[in-house]
Design a protein around this ligand. Structure first.
Ligand SMILES: *Cc1c(COP(=O)(O)O)cnc(C)c1O
Length: 421
C-alpha cells in the first residue's frame, strides 16, 4: 500500500503533483510520502501490539533526517550499522535505549560512542569483536548489553547479493559455535549477555525460511536458559519483502506477526524487529526526465537524466523498478525500451526490453518503490551531484535534502602546491 496515484492522468504523491515537484526542484528527484511511511510503521506496530516488541527501523534503507524524524515521532527505534547512523538516529530524537548496533566491523571509536550513549544492544558478529567490546566497556566502567548474531545456515532473500544467512556469508556466529561463545561471553567483565539475534536476508517474500531460522533461534534460547544464560531478548532482524510490481503479494506484516507468535510461543522475551525496506521501500519514488530516444540495431533506448549512481539497485542486484509515466497520454501506445542512464558503464541500465507508454524527449517518468536503498546508496560518480529529496505530507511538500552545488562537490579536494607553479 502506498500513496502514489493518478488523478486525471497526472501522478500524485498524496495531494501533491509529481510534475509540480519535478518542475520546482529539478530532476532526478526522490519523493517520499509521509502517509505511506506512517502507515507501514503503524501496520507493523499494530500486528505486534500484544507482544513486548521494539521496532528498530533499519535506517540504512533510508536515513534522511526527515524520514527518521517522522518515524522517531511515532516511537520507532533504530537499527544502526555505523557511528554515523547512530549520530543521525540520536539527532533525529531516537532515544539511545531504542538503538541497536549491527554490523561485522564496528570500530573502537564507534563502540566507545555507543557505550557512552548507552544504546539498547550491540549485535555481536565475532569473538574478536566481543573481546574488543568487553575491553572498551571495562575501561569506561560500563557493561555492554550484547546479543550474538547467529548464522542459522538458512538461505533466503530476493537475490544472492542480499542473502546473509548461509555459511559462506561473512555475517554472524556459526550455529555450532554459539553455545560455547555464550558461555565465554558470560564470564567477560564488560559484557552483559541479553539476547539472540538473527537476520537472514532481505526482500524475503515467503515466510518459510524465516520460520525455519526463528525456530532454530527459539530452540537455542531454551538451551541457553537451561545452561543458565539469561536470555531476555530475541532480535529477529529485518528482511520482510515488499511488492515491487503490481500483482506481487509478499507475506503481509499480519502474517509475519502470526508466524512469529506461533514460533515464539510463551517464551518470555522482548522481541526486536529491524524492518528497513518494509517501512521505506514503497514510501518513495524516483523521478527522472527522458533526455533522448535513441534507435539502434532494432532496439530503442530511452536515455534518462537519472543513472546508476542515483539508484544503484538495478546495477547491484539486477532489480527492476516499475516505471510509470508521470503524465498518462491516452493517445500513446505502449512501446518497448531499454531504459538507461548517461553514465559510462554498461551496467548503467535500469531495465531491458521494458514496455511502457511511448516515451518522448522531456517526458517525466517515475521509478516506483525507490524509498529504500535508493538515495542512501547514491554516489557522485561522473561528478553527478547527489539528488535532491522531497518529503510530502498531505498537500505540503518540502525539500529535505538539496543537491550540492558544483563548488560544494569539489570543496574537499586540494591541488598540491607543486602543481600550481
Ligand atoms: C539490512 C538489514 C536490515 C534491514 O533489512 P530489510 O530487508 O531492509 O528489512 C535489518 N537488520 C540488519 C542486520 C541488516 O543488515
Amino acid at each position: 500500500m502506498h500513496h502514489f496515484d493518478y488523478r486525471g492522468g497526472e501522478l500524485y504523491c498524496e495531494d501533491v503533483s509529481v510534475r509540480e515537484l519535478a518542475t520546482a526542484h529539478g530532476t532526478p528527484l526522490y519523493i517520499y510520502s509521509t502517509a505511506t511511511l506512517r502507515r507501514h510503521f503503524r501496520v507493523l506496530s499494530e500486528a505486534f501490539a500484544e507482544q513486548n516488541c521494539l521496532i528498530a527501523y533499519a535506517m540504512k534503507a533510508n536515513s534522511n533526517m526527515a524520514v527518521l524524524t517522522t518515524l522517531a515521532n511515532m516511537g520507532s527505534g533504530a537499527d544502526v550499522v555505523s557511528g554515523g547512523e547512530m549520530r543521525r538516529a540520536i539527532t533525529a530524537g531516537i532515544p539511545a535505549n531504542k538503538i541497536v548496533f549491527s554490523g561485522v566491523g564496528k570500530t573502537a571509536i564507534e563502540i566507545r560512542d555507543a557505550l557512552q550513549a548507552g544504546i539498547h544492544q550491540f549485535n555481536v558478529e565475532s569473538e574478536p569483536e566481543l573481546k574488543r567490546i568487553s575491553a572498551l566497556a571495562e575501561e569506561m566502567g560500563k557493561t555492554a548489553p550484547i546479543a550474538f548474531r547467529i548464522n542459522p545456515h538458512v538461505e533466503a532473500g530476493g537475490h544472492a547479493n542480499i542473502s546473509t544467512g548461509g555459511a559462506e556469508h561473512k555475517f554472524g556466529i556459526a550455529w555450532h559455535e554459539a553455545k560455547a561463545m555464550y558461555e565465554r561471553a558470560q564470564k567477560m567483565p564488560g559484557i552483559s549477555v541479553v539476547g539472540v539475534d538473527v537476520h537472514i536476508g532481505s526482500q524475503i517474500t515467503d515466510l518459510t525460511p524465516m520460520r525455519l531460522a526463528f525456530t532454530k533461534v527459539v530452540g537455542l534460547v531454551r538451551e541457553l536458559r537451561d545452561m543458565g544464560v539469561p536470555i531476555s531478548r530475541i532480535d529477529l532482524g529485518g528482511g520482510l519483502g515488499i511488492p515491487y510490481k503490481s500483482g506481487e503479494t509478499p507475506a503481509s506484516p499480519a502474517e509475519y506477526a502470526e508466524m512469529v507468535r506461533d514460533v515464539v510461543g510463551d517464551l518470555d522475551v522482548q522481541l526486536i524487529l529491524e524492518p528497513g525496506r518494509m517501512i521505506a521501500g514503497n514510501a518513495g519514488i524516483f523521478v527522472s526526465r527522458v533526455e533522448y530516444i535513441k534507435e539502434r540495431d532494432e532496439r530503442e533506448f530511452a536515455i534518462l537524466d537519472a543513472a546508476m549512481n542515483d539508484l544503484m539497485r538495478p546495477a547491484l542486484y539486477q532489480a527492476v523498478h516499475e516505471l510509470l509515466p508521470v503524465t498518462r497520454a491516452e493517445d500513446r501506445q505502449s512501446r518497448t525500451y531499454d531504459i538507461v542512464g548517461p553514465v559510462c558503464e554498461s551496467t548503467d541500465r535500469f531495465a531491458k526490453g521494458y514496455s511502457v507508454q511511448e516515451l518522448r524527449e522531456t517526458d517525466l517518468v517515475a521509478f516506483m518503490s525507490a524509498g529504500a536503498y535508493g538515495a542512501v546508496m547514491s554516489n557522485q560518480y561522473n561528478t553527478r551531484p547527489l539528488c535532491a529529496e522531497v518529503l510530502v505530507n498531505g498537500d505540503q511538500a518540502e525539500l529535505v535534502r538539496r543537491a550540492p552545488t558544483f563548488d560544494e562537490m569539489i570543496a574537499n579536494e586540494r591541488v598540491p602546491e607543486w602543481l600550481k607553479s
